[in-house]
Design a protein. Structure first.
Length: 347
């Protein structure tokens, strides 16, 4: 009896420490995101003090910084934070559902689907339809591609290994389709599409912020609620079903959450690679294995990662404005190779 009590006491202590560690990580990262939202509009070719930025946002200045802060910098900073949060959480959901540390929206084809639809729109319909329809085409491409992947992976249910293998194959196909349309496009159109494919927050507007903000507000609470089933699915589908989890229904709902987050993020900034791969790995180090905490930490880390990449791109190489995707790829590609090498050694 005493041994049982001692074991339970140790488990409760470990669980408390893990939850405390996750809560501390969430609190610290949330503060950093808030600081980024204030410090970001301060930096640029003309440096402003954070106090001036706050006064401008609150409408307490005479209006001398309104255009720089409210029109140029603040939407860009907020969009980078929102897009990073969406991609970070999308990647965490995919890695939890697929149970593969190498899964991310760009690896299994979701981003590729958005890209091929967007490039097709720019190349084939850009002159006939308003460019404002580009986000709708990108989201439709992401959703359509994910439906194809899910349908091809279905065989009396969807298993993680089939999902990731088919996703990688579809990703290769969409990549080939994107390059084929770029080759056939006029020079000026191909240049515009290529900048979008690199991923850039340049030219962000309040319309872009309002495009992705409602999606995050709606999807994040749903994903956190469904995260409870991921804790059970981590032990296998049979055990999760035995615990009363509707595995296939929850898996489909979580995948839809991931697709919508990634699709809308890509639709407003282009294909920012590797954010959904890096953020969840760091999140698990900071928050443990409870998926609710991992999702939140992944979102905050993704926000800081994209914000940092965009900040470097627009301030370190003035007067040039380097796309944020260059820096996320520069960090993400070596990280991806490291994960491959690490998993190879473990196997």
């Amino acid at each position: 009896m005493k041994e049982t009590i001692m074991v339970r006491s140790k488990k409760d202590t470990v669980s408390f420490l893990i939850e405390r560690k996750a809560a501390l990580a969430i609190a610290v990262l949330a503060v950093l995101v808030l600081l980024a939202a204030v410090a970001g509009p301060s930096l640029g070719s003309d440096i402003l003090s954070p106090l001036e930025v706050l006064r401008t946002i609150l409408g307490l200045n005479a209006g001398e910084h309104d255009f720089v802060v409210l029109t140029l910098r603040l939407p860009r900073v907020l969009l980078s934070l929102l897009v990073g949060a969406a991609l970070g959480m999308s990647g965490a959901i995919l890695q939890g559902v697929i149970r593969n540390p190498l899964a991310s929206p760009d690896v299994i084809g979701i981003t590729g689907g958005a890209a091929v639809a967007a490039v097709g729109f720019v190349s084939l319909l850009g002159g006939a339809l308003s460019i404002k329809l580009l986000p709708a085409f990108a989201v439709a491409g992401a959703i359509t591609t994910s439906m194809v992947i899910y349908a091809l992976a279905w065989k009396e249910g969807v298993t993680p290994i089939r999902l990731v293998l088919i996703g990688i194959g579809i990703s290769a196909i969409t990549g080939a389709g994107t390059m084929f349309m770029l080759i056939l496009s006029p020079f000026y159109t191909a240049g515009q599409a290529y900048i979008w494919l690199t991923g850039s927050v340049y030219g962000a507007s309040w319309a872009d912020v309002y495009t992705i903000l409602p999606v995050i507000v709606l999807i994040v609470p749903l994903a956190l609620w469904l995260a409870r089933s991921l804790n059970a699915q981590a032990f296998g589908d049979d055990l999760a079903a035995g615990l009363g989890v509707a595995v296939q229904r929850h898996r489909l709902a979580l995948l839809l959450c991931s697709v919508l987050l990634a699709g809308f993020a890509v639709s407003v900034v282009g294909t920012l690679g590797f954010v959904g791969l890096i953020a969840p790995h760091i999140a698990r180090k900071l928050a443990g294995r409870m998926f609710g905490s991992v999702l939140l930490v992944s979102a905050l880390l993704g926000a800081l990662l994209v914000f940092s990449a965009d900040l470097i791109g627009r301030t370190a190489f003035l007067p040039l404005d380097v796309p944020a995707g260059v820096f996320t790829a520069g960090v993400g590609a070596p990280f991806f190779l490291y994960l491959l090498f690490k998993n190879r050694n473990q196997n």
